[in-house]
Design a protein around this ligand. Structure first.
Ligand code: AKB
Length: 317
């Protein structure tokens, strides 16, 4: 089957989708990137797509001669707890529908994100190894674990080129995340720039791993471009940026906005966060395809505040 090398992004309106689509357009050109989502957008080449609709998915893939698919549509941890069956459907059936495209020879390569949510209470919390106890405690985590096994299964059984990263919490200024537990680390910057108090749903010292969006996008592209003989993990690669807490992010913001304050009002998301690791060992990704994070907490704070302040100034004009 001939591939013209078009790239389909499913979930292009989401927090990662918006920025990854831009990066793919920069790399491959506008013409070769098809952003899609269940909600409309005025992006160039955009198509509306429900990943659960197999016929629609296949038609789009065939019509656009898609070779690579980035499947980002998912229900995250907190929203998944509010609607577990819906999370199972979107996260599992969506992935299976896309994996079947490779098995049927309709596409050549898939990127699918896993998450630190595959880990649980019995997993070592500090520098969590690539191969370790995997015991997810949320429906989201369960779908990510099942998804990882499906990726490995399709790779081995059908020789499918499926690549995956276990993202930590992602932080970026372009789009708001929706329904995650690490989302506080995005919301906090929005409140700081708006001059408001931040009511945090996690406790001050809840330590979790994070990755700034520019690093997350770069990791994704680097993994997808790595020659196949460099890939040794067919489930999903551990990935790490830096490890931090709500109290440390607050202190980092206060270096720029001294009057910023936070109040702690933990809710059900505290339990989710408590089941996740504090930091991740991503040695395998470093060895296999040269991964290295660039952005730490203070660089992230500076970039988030600078960009959100710029946006606010444009809105006020
Ligand atoms: C969430 O908080 O649910 C996600 C994740 C860590 O996968 N950001």
């Amino acid at each position: 089957m001939a591939h013209t090398g078009r790239v389909l992004v499913i979930g292009a309106n989401g927090q990662l989708g918006v920025e990854l689509t831009d990066a793919l357009v920069d790399r491959y050109g506008q013409d070769r990137v098809i952003p899609s989502d269940i909600t409309a957008s005025d992006r160039e080449n955009f198509v509306t797509l429900d990943v659960l609709n197999v016929e629609q998915l296949k038609d789009i893939v065939k019509e656009n001669q898609v070779s690579d698919v980035y499947l980002l549509a998912a229900l995250l941890s907190a929203r998944g707890e509010q609607n577990p069956m819906w999370a199972w459907r979107i996260n599992m059936d969506g992935l299976l529908n896309v994996l079947e495209l490779v098995r049927e020879g309709l596409v050549r390569k898939i990127f699918w994100p896993s998450s630190i949510a595959v880990f649980g209470q019995t997993t070592p919390k500090v520098n969590t190894p690539q191969e370790t106890i995997i015991s997810p405690e949320t429906m989201y985590g369960i779908t990510k674990l099942a998804g990882e096994r499906l990726c490995a299964y399709y790779s081995k059984k059908f020789n499918a080129d499926v690549r995956s990263l276990r993202y930590p919490g992602l932080v970026g200024h372009r789009a708001l995340p929706g329904g995650g537990t690490t989302d506080y680390a995005v919301d906090i910057y929005h409140k700081a720039v708006a001059g408001e108090v931040y009511h945090c749903f996690l406790m001050a010292n809840t330590r979790l791993p994070f990755l700034y969006m520019s690093d997350a996008v770069r990791a994704t592209l680097e993994l997808m471009q790595a020659p196949s003989d460099q890939i040794t993990v067919y489930s999903s690669y551990n990935l790490m940026g830096f490890s931090t807490t709500p109290a440390e992010i607050t202190a980092s913001i206060q270096q720029h906005i001294p009057g910023f304050t936070i109040e702690y009002e933990p809710d059900f998301r505290q339990q989710i966060a408590d089941s996740w690791p504090e930091s991740i060992d991503d040695q395998q990704a470093r060895e296999d395809w040269g991964w290295q994070a660039k952005i730490g907490l203070n660089e992230m704070t500076w970039d988030m505040l600078t960009n959100l302040e710029k946006r606010q100034a444009t809105l006020v004009k």
